[in-house]
Ligand binder design. Structure first.
Ligand SMILES: Nc1ncnc2c1ncn2[C@@H]1O[C@H](COP(=O)(O)OP(=O)(O)OP(=O)(O)O)[C@@H](O)[C@H]1O
Length: 630
């Protein structure tokens, strides 16, 4: 740690000490700035190079209390200290663990290099705080919260000049300084690698503390290089069941630009572009394999995912089952859950599915999920919107045509959508709008499992699963003669009605899932007021409308903002929501009154606890007080 300008290193230090002993601080540059600052602090504490502040040794009960207070640190540090001791055996040095006050808790090693008085000073219970012993590696590492080496005359007290010491602080998983690890020996035994060894060992202890603290959580190991994972340079993250980062080691805080005081507040998605469900799935299906992810700052990091052990399945996250496309549509509504269960039973069987439901309830999404969960998943899913095509084109679109079959037809011909679905699933959307002339042709295809392209004589065999959908009451259309009865019965192997959004009991869960799809892991949520208004709204456009509203709202969020509030909603929706306020008996249609009333209700629900209510509402306590005062 010695530096010298115009002096040989030893000379510079001797000169600096001479000045110190004459009561002067040496000029800048004569000793390492860290040492100079520490000397300054030592003088400020009233010490002189000849006299420390010899605080009494802790008594045995006091020492056992101090050890008890740092039991976790001592337990995790001991094997690492033993390892260090093995590495330094025979070098005449000691491995020392001190607490955050500089009190020695444990020592290991050869004390032969010490005389009797010195042995007492390096026994557990002694304090090496800077204010007692001036500049020394343990005290100065604590004061600087950084790894420090102090050699010979750099020690403030003259009588410690025979020592060479290297120390590194040890922080807990929440960044709190817990203590310091040190190797001290006779100055003759100085070794250039000691400082690095101590720092690496302190990291090792920190990682052991981290793993012990977060053994039940989802943990991520990260590094810019795949080979860096598993080394002391790796970042460690612990993720809570709600997706928040609850623990990070020093390397992870640097890699993710994270402060320890942000732990528990920042969500993983705010630092890494990853989806929590996907991470968990990866961890289970690819144990040990690194996954590449982009950090917010643009850096690419390799992650190793360690899912929480299964025995801790009480947390929501670890309990989350691996989901396929159909169960991903189940967010808690009973009617949907029943539809999903029934669809799952017929997926892959030669039973046509007819999906009924208002526009935007997710019929096509449902059909895709049925396809994805069946044995035809690897073959195409082909959707045809029967209402969107002019009548004369539907025929060509569906059945295909031979080369030059009609004016404007391409020379190569066209296989048609039905043949494109070969082996997979044909989804006929808005089947209720299919012209009568085509209904009979479609019926023939379904009966014969053959297609005759327009202008072609030869029938072509086809094999596909059929799912049809309509927002029209198809049975009524059949009864009124607008839809062929025989086709109706061909289509409806199993009819499932998907509920409109206003009838779904899981609207808010669905909204939360949509938000997570829009910004995976971003921790976006509706404010309580908006959530309450959404839950009471009629949603004529169903999930399509909700998804669009949320997409726009997310685009309007300010950077760092995660709550969707009134100001993020389109004016026409706010009007609609205002016309249908929730709890109509207690509220007027006025939005201000609506939100005031919600605030009061929330305060009541929180038993008058304003902080809790403010947190739930996503506003500051001051705003809540101000609004309630009126
Ligand atoms: N479970 C869901 N999760 C996420 N988004 C969904 C879900 N269901 C539907 N959506 C979205 O809602 C929109 C409408 O879905 P879809 O096209 O499946 O509805 P539909 O009932 O077939 O509508 P239409 O009858 O008008 O064709 C799409 O943008 C889709 O992405």
């Amino acid at each position: 740690m010695e530096i010298a300008k115009g002096h040989a290193p030893g000379q510079a230090l001797r000169h600096a000490r001479h000045l110190l002993e004459c009561g002067q601080m040496p000029p800048v540059g004569l000793v390492n700035p860290l040492v100079a600052q520490s000397w300054q602090r030592s003088l400020g504490a009233g010490l002189t190079p000849w006299r420390g502040d010899e605080t009494p040794h802790l008594s045995a009960p006091q020492l056992s209390q101090a050890v008890e207070r740092r039991r976790e640190l001592v337990t995790r540090a001991r094997p690492v200290m033993e390892y260090l001791h093995a590495q330094t055996r025979g070098s005449g040095s000691m491995v020392i663990l001190a607490d955050e006050h500089g009190v020695l808790l444990e020592t290991l090693g050869d004390a032969d290099f010490l005389n009797r008085a010195e042995r007492v000073a390096l026994r557990p219970g002694a304090s090496w705080h800077e204010s007692h012993r001036g500049t020394n590696a343990i005290g100065t590492a604590l004061a600087e919260a950084a790894a420090v080496s102090v050699h010979g005359g750099e020690h403030f007290l003259d009588h410690n000049g025979f020592l060479t010491c290297a120390a590194a602080p040890v922080a807990g998983p929440d960044g709190q300084l817990l203590g310091v690890l040190d190797i001290s020996g006779h100055r003759r035994s100085r070794h250039p690698h000691t400082a690095g060894l101590v720092s690496a060992a302190a990291h090792m202890i920190e990682n052991r503390l981290f793993e012990a603290r977060h053994e039940a959580a989802l943990r991520l190991r990260l590094h810019p290089q795949p080979d860096g994972i598993g080394t002391l340079a790796e970042g460690l993250l612990a993720i809570g069941s709600d997706g928040r980062i609850i623990g990070a080691n020093r390397a992870a805080t640097v890699l993710l630009n994270l402060r320890h005081d942000q732990l528990g507040q920042v969500r993983l998605g705010q630092r890494l572009h990853v989806d929590l469900d996907r991470l968990l799935e990866w961890g289970h299906t690819h144990p040990g394999a690194p996954l590449l992810a982009d950090a917010q700052g643009g850096q690419r990091l390799f992650l190793r995912v360690e899912p929480p052990p299964r025995r801790h399945s009480s947390t929501a996250m670890s309990a989350s089952p691996r989901r396929d496309a159909l169960s991903a549509l189940d967010s808690g509504d009973e009617t949907m859950a029943l539809a999903i269960a029934r669809a799952r039973k017929v997926a892959g069987k030669a039973i046509p599915l007819l999906l009924l439901g208002e526009s935007g309830v997710g019929k096509e999404v449902f059909a895709q999920a049925v396809h994805a969960c069946g044995p035809r998943a690897k073959a195409p899913f082909v959707a045809v919107n029967c209402a969107a095509l002019p009548e004369h084109l539907i025929e060509a679109e569906l059945f295909g045509y031979a080369p030059g079959a009609f004016t404007g037809a391409s020379k190569e011909g066209c296989p048609g959508r039905i043949r494109q679905a070969q082996g997979g699933t044909l989804f006929l959307d808005e089947i209720g709008d299919m012209p009568a002339s085509l209904q009979s042709r479609l019926l023939r295809v379904l009966q014969d499992r053959q297609v005759v392209p327009l202008g072609g004589a030869k029938p072509v065999s086809v094999d596909f699963a059929l799912i049809a959908a309509t927002h029209q009451p198809l049975k009524q259309a059949m009864n009124q003669g607008r839809f062929r009865a025989d086709l109706y019965y061909r289509l409806n192997g199993l009819t499932l009605s998907l509920p409109p959004l206003r009838h779904r009991s899981d609207l808010l869960t669905l909204a939360a899932r949509l938000l997570d799809q829009i910004e995976p892991g971003g921790g976006l949520a509706l404010s309580d007021q908006v959530a309450a208004a959404f839950a009471a709204h009629g949603w004529p456009g169903n999930i399509r409308q909700l998804a669009n509203v949320l997409r726009t709202a997310c685009a309007l969020l300010e950077p760092g903002e995660t709550r969707i509030r009134w100001r993020h909603l389109p004016d026409d929706l706010i009007e609609d929501l205002g016309q249908k306020p929730i709890a109509a008996d207690t509220l007027t249609g006025d939005l201000r009154a609506l939100s005031d009333s919600l605030m009061e209700q929330t305060v009541q629900a929180c038993g008058g606890n304003m902080s809790q209510a403010a947190k739930r509402l996503g506003i500051s306590r001051n705003t809540l007080y101000r609004r309630l005062r009126g």
